[in-house]
Design a protein. Sequence first.
Length: 398
Amino acid sequence: MKYPLDGIMVVDFTQTIAGPFCTMVLAELGAEVIKVEEPRTGDETRTWPPSLGEESGYFFSVNRSKKSIAVNLKDRRGKESVLSLAKESDVIVENFTPGVISRLGLDYSTITEINPRVIYCSISAFGQSGPYRNKKAYDPIMQAMGGVMSVTGEIGGPPVKVGIPITDFITALYSVIAIIVALSERRESGKGQYLDISMFESTISVLSFIGAFYLYEGKVPTAFGSGNPSRVPSANYLTKDGRYIHIVPSALQWKTFCDAIDLKELGENPEYETNIKRIANREETDRLIQEKISQKTVEEWVRIFDDKGITAGPVYNMEQIFKDPHVAARKILEEMDHPRHGSIQTIRLPYGSCGFNSGIKAPAPLLGEHSREILSEILGYTEEGIAQLLAEGIIRAP
């Protein structure tokens, strides 16, 4: 079955998370992604935990399905080989600090002279222009400056980081969208284009209704814990067995919900009948609900709420989510063969039930695993020429 991006070649100059996750998604939609790495150490996340034997599970999780060429971009011959690769490519993705790729002689203006049809995507912290252009940042800085930390954490507590690098993944997915749109436009115009994607803008763009509190009402939102400032009830509640359940009944389910937790009088109380009134009485509403929820276990409440059609779910840890039967039914975890570790599990992209083909092609590559193949089969280097580059340390291959 054909993949949506079959025939598309992507040259990947990215590392850490946002760029690599973007190119991994492209790879598992069918593109041939060639990851260009520095020969000595490669992508810095190759050494980050968790470990997969002697390799990094961190690196593995965002670099599956790619090929790796390890080449010294500061050497003239190394750069020439990569320029030749860029000339054949459809897409280039880089996430250096602005200015670095220009100093390497691999910037958009240089590449477009030899490949005017290329889609060139630059991912950076703050974008290619503006006063913060040269400022470096990782996901926690973006969560801080993008407003996410200010609304995360317990009420009255200090700012808290979201547990996953959410701004990296948001930026990666925006980058994928932009690249696919640019490829679509190229089919009509025949022209490539430059894409400037910043983590800062990507983060701010998803503030959505939280940002609207300030924009429309002049209020500065603060952390609400697990609650939703626009809905009551919508929060975590502690159950009899010490586990939490998150409950979010709809406005139409309010009376049904109150009946289900044996608080019929609350459901009939006109002071609580609308969401706006419950927001005004949030503290008392949550107190009354918590008293009832503490009388049964998570499993008991889930059965009750499922029977009533009320939206609620247990707060899972990693072990619980990966053992959930729905995860197995939807095949969210995928078994794959690793050349060094045998059969391993990984989290696939959420396209398994869509009408197009996607999937994991291979484990994350070893550093320089495909250097010989790429130089020989794509760029036409001779065995002697490859051997000389290897001997001089310009490229690396296992």
